[in-house]
Design a protein around this ligand. Structure first.
Ligand code: KG4
Ligand code: ZN
Length: 334
């Protein structure tokens, strides 16, 4: 069964063809992030107009790369929710029109469930084993931070979530405090490689609590105060020296902030995994691309005997292969 997936929930226009819920025949993503670099976030109206412009060529490219024709497509899957309403509507109406014209099913997909499903889209070869159920998934994106008990490809139970900001939102807001462009997560990740994660001691809110919830807004506020306090002044006539000082300071703030987020995420996720006696933890969503999070989750997993898996970076970010893939299993269970 060949499913065409369409994703337009935020600022990525994406289309993909997936065969039998497993084999990615094509996955095309046109990012609009550059449009919003100076704004600190996505403007829904602007994103929806861009989706309108990009979606047809992106679908055409996905079909061409899959080497299939529209007649070979058995169903169209689309992101129904959650997301920015004007942006979602572009994908929803295109998908429904295509399905109607071809007389094939249009399958609505929840964006968050699709992120979790991305873990099942990894190539199963070279000794890589199939994902086992049940397992715990940490879903960390720009809008959500949730720990989920994944019972199978289509059955989930939310065990904990953020009580304020999402982890990705915290990355984006701290990047703004450091005058870095949107989206801030990948830039903070990169800057942190040159920074000292122990340079500043930022709080790890709720880490001493026995519940499975997260909180990031206090951490963001702590970074804001530290930025006001320790931002380097122009101390030298040499522009080069000032620039270097500024870069070192940004890297240290970024690395210390990132370390706090990662510690919170790793500790809580593993606590949930132990309490639920699972052997596997997976990660999903844009923040799951974070190199330090991947490293520390694996390290902690090794220490306590829990396997850790995560999708390739392009499958952590918004894409339509996760939409088309999950649609196959949802269709099977209908
Ligand atoms: O899942 P996603 O692509 O879109 C949503 O559904 O929200 O996640 C986007 C979020 C943004 O907040 C971005 O800053 C963050 O993921 N992100 C990262 C990294 N790459 C993307 N955060 C930390 N480290 C990264 N390497
Ligand atoms: Zn997403």
């Amino acid at each position: 069964m060949n499913i065409l997936g369409i994703e337009t929930s935020c600022d990525e226009t994406a289309a993909s063809v997936v065969k039998d819920g497993k084999h990615i025949l094509s996955s095309v993503v046109a990012s609009q992030a550059d449009l919003f670099a100076d704004y600190g976030g996505v403007i829904p109206e602007v994103a929806s107009r861009k989706h309108l412009e990009l979606l047809v060529p992106v679908i055409e490219k996905a079909l061409k790369e899959s080497k299939l024709k529209l007649e070979d497509i058995d169903a169209v899957a689309y992101t129904k929710e959650p997301g920015l309403t004007p942006a979602l509507l572009v994908g929803i109406s295109h998908a429904k029109a295509l399905a109607l014209a071809r007389n094939i099913p249009a399958i609505p997909i929840n964006h968050l469930e699709a992120h979790v499903f991305a873990n099942s889209l990894m190539p199963v070869n070279d000794g890589v084993e199939e994902i086992v159920f049940p397992h715990i998934c940490l879903l960390v994106s720009g809008g959500h931070t949730i720990v989920i008990l994944v019972q199978n490809q289509t059955k989930y139970k939310i065990l904990g979530s953020t009580i304020d900001d999402a982890a990705g939102e915290a990355f984006d807001k701290v990047a703004r405090l450091l005058e870095l462009p949107y989206p801030g997560g990948p830039i903070i990740d990169k800057l942190s490689l040159d920074g000292d994660p122990t340079a500043y001691q930022f709080p790890r809110p709720l880490s001493d609590k026995d519940n499975y919830d997260f909180s990031f807004s206090g951490l963001k506020t702590a970074v804001m105060y530290e930025v006001k306090k320790s931002k380097p002044k122009q101390i030298s006539k040499s522009n080069e020296l000032n620039k270097q000082l500024m870069e070192n300071w940004k890297s240290d703030i970024a690395a210390s902030f990132q370390e706090a987020v990662v510690d919170i995420l790793v500790e809580k996720t593993m606590k949930v995994a132990i309490a639920n006696s699972v052997e596997l933890v997976t990660m999903a969503g844009g923040v799951a691309a974070n190199s330090r999070l991947r490293e520390k989750m694996i390290r902690m997993g090794n220490e306590i005997g829990i396997d850790v898996r995560y999708p390739e970076i392009n499958m952590c970010m918004d894409n339509a292969a996760m939409i088309a893939g999950l649609a196959y299993f949802q269709n099977e269970n209908r």
